[in-house]
Design a binder for this molecule. Sequence first.
Ligand code: UGA
Length: 474
Amino acid sequence: MRIAVLGTGYVGLVSAACFAHAGQHVTCVDIDEAKISLLRRGKVPIYEQGLQDLIAEGRRHRRLHFVSHAAAAVSNADIVFIAVGTPTRASDGHADLSQVYTAVESVAPSLKAGTIVVTKSTVPVGTADLIEHLIRNICPELEFEVASNPEFLRAGRAVDDFLRPDRVVIGVESGFAAARLLTLYRSVGIENERILLTDRRSSELIKYAANGFLATKIGFINEVADLCEKVDARIGDVARGMGLDQRIGIRYLQPGPGFGGSCFPKDARALVKMGEDHEAPMRIMETVLASNDARKRSMARKIAAICGGTVRGKTIALLGLTFKADTDDMREAVSIPLAQALIDAGGILMAYDPVANGRAKALLPQCVRYCNSVAEAAEDADAVVVVTEWQQFAEIDFRTLRQRMRSPVIIDLRNFLNEKQVQRDGFKYFSIGGPRRQAFETMQPQTKSEKPLRTHDSKWVAADSLEEQIAAAE
Ligand code: UGA
């Protein structure tokens, strides 16, 4: 099959490289000529595991091409995928579809008869209908189809998610389009049981509902984590105890500083707007968004409380700046409002991210100092804060790190480090949703006048395995 992909963001590039890997002939189009010339020189503008190799393979086999002019790319394409951005529209919070319509208008006159135009971009319900009208207006005689095929790729895991998906959703209005897209996905090695065929509108909504629901799961567990801190419970065990119920499931129950990225916040906002437009209010989604927004800044108050009530004049080392690990994406990253709030409160910020220091500079307050290593960031710090769960932070030699710091305090906003190990290395360790005992032990010098808090039986630490629990009890 001949495929054209409009847009070379992470969805467009990953889809194109994976279709080429499956043996299809793929041409990627982007109006950004600098990006296209970079890709033609074998460079990949985003950091995505496995993508560079797949792109190199596609180019070696001459199955993957990059061009900046859409007309030639689509004129012999059997399927045209639209994979351009649909960011939040600043004026009203709706999804901004201008890039989608511009892309469609630019290719419509060049489409050949029988082409299927497929939206991979996340678009509100009814967009496929509008695209169909648009093309029909430009080319009244053309025979074509419009289909919806949302993506469920996680940044950092996108290649794997594409090649081994939980499901592929295909929304079509004709058997012809269904058959073509099924053939395409079978070439990628996806079995029938993993493919959901539906109508276009349901397909478009599935994407928003899925992202909205995952965001809700995270929002919920984050609030339960806050409750754990107040009632002396452990969020790790609470989440595990919930998630072992297969009706709930353990994934996306990891508490943290709030969800970010280019998808959950934007899609949650668009779902709320869609609900308003169709008089079907999305109250739960609205609440999740409000709770998440408030949470990001509130992390600065948590840090201040741990630092004895204020960060004024204190040096805080932020480890990890991207919205999650294994990506260089800074969009809606917690580090942005968090750094601003800490600076507003008078803190001195040192920051280190394994891949995104450069990107962060444009987004975080100017006075943040960027470091080339964890050790440099922690020099004379009053607290180290793990903002993003990069694997290299789990491998830090904390005993050595402690020597560099003014006070040995770790605030782990991802509940990612090994609590016991870090404590053995002489640190005061704080997590999200930890028991009050954790806070009590660390806050002792500042809270002398307060009544002692109730502590857990020290034998009953959060156990990772039954054996460990039994050993602790004996
Ligand atoms: C998300 C979805 O997971 C993908 O299925 C979807 O295709 C994609 O959006 C999209 O619409 O394009 P992504 O934004 O890459 O993928 O990131 P996730 O790994 O889902 O994480 C999103 C945010 O939630 C991150 O800030 C992450 O740290 C946070 N998160 C995730 C938690 O706080 N707890 C969790 O248990 C899981």
